[in-house]
Design a protein around this ligand. Sequence first.
Ligand code: CTP
Ligand code: MG
Length: 235
Amino acid sequence: MTAQLNPRGDVAVLVPAAGAGVRLGPGGPKALRLLGGEPLLVHAVRRVAEAPSVAVIVVAAPAADVDHVRRLLAPVAPVTVVPGGADRQQSVAAALAAVPAGPQIVLVHDAARALTPATLVESVAARVRAGHDAVIPVLPVTDTVKEVSADDVVLGTVDRSVLRAVQTPQGFRRSVLVAAHAAAVDPLTDDAGLVEKSGGTVTCVPGSELALKITRPFDLMLAEHLLSGRVRFDP
Ligand code: CTP
Ligand code: MG
């Protein structure tokens, strides 16, 4: 059954899904690779659509797969599908341009974070609604982190206590995200970085281990395991 979005919701979620998935290895665009028999993008959109505040979902698909992605998502949730761009930032910009008038909170997610729970979507949106311009979900860094030279010599150990690993969805007051993208010069890997560059304040909320980004084959294996239910995982 199609998950209905909330027409009175105040949140639009952009799902960039146009990447090639080079680090995952051969097998086509990453968002269309299977996890538990379904494409990563289907998992990601299904969970976003379960979040009660979400009124609009816009997916940026690989340009050659736009029609295929529309058909794929039709039974999952009402979504708008646009062709993505050459890098993530361009894909986000294309999706942002397709958001209809109405929602004043815009979240930017990754199709590659396929198991992100709807509760994280809600907690990011709630923090934006409470008056923050830009909100990111983060986890503490658990490994020791070192700065190294180009020839692999250690230059120093970074103070881990002040570091955070950043996830998606990242949430923004709509006008702030539109202005940050309009002012963007160099491509960055996340949208909060654009807000930082334009002098805005970015606030952190607790992330979720389930929001792991599926990047390399090991991540896909881990996600398969989490999805299989063979392990019980309550973050
Ligand atoms: N993405 C996108 N358009 C691009 C590049 C990336 O929409 N031109 C999306 C990806 O589909 C993914 C998210 O941005 O959902 C995060 O990017 P990443 O994990 O790097 O995915 P890929 O770019 O597909 O992977 P790789 O870098 O290994 O090729
Ligand atoms: Mg990439």
